[in-house]
Design a protein around this ligand. Sequence first.
Ligand code: URA
Length: 182
Amino acid sequence: MELTIEELQNKLKAWKGCELAKNSNPVLGEGNPKAEIMFIGEAPGQKEDEQGRPFVGSAGKLLNELIESIGLKREDVYISNVVKYRPPENRDPTDEEKAQCMPWLKMEILIIKPKVIVPLGRHALGHFFPKLAISKAHGLPQKVSDKLTIFPIYHPAAALHNGNIRQPLFDDFAALKKYLET
Ligand code: URA
């Protein structure tokens, strides 16, 4: 029988398969278990580690704004990360850490069965298309099958560091809305 997200969450809490688990709290995805859209970020930051929830810090605030800009609410979608524990000082997750956490993301995708997956930024995009650059692929849907499209978008944190990314982010969300309507 298929696991639920709550059951997966409990299994993650007991998991010690990643060095990062020694110094941070598990952060699985959250949202509508029947969501058609799933957003995937990089890894939890400080606020996410403290609260055990994805995208609750400043990048999360912007993500909420972007989701609302296309007429959806955070509760309508499912939001997760490639890596389930916070890398120290918010450094980039290593290839090993991403590989160790990959089964959790795969299980979340199997449970949620989204129609559209939105990788936010290069780490999540690399999970699906290791050779695509986010600077070229953002805003362009990649149909994987009749049941699944990958729609890459910049990571919201990129816009917090570089103001020039803010408008392309909102434009990509507008393109996502159009895609969802077709
Ligand atoms: N950045 C991410 O990639 N994920 C989070 O959960 C928060 C910030």
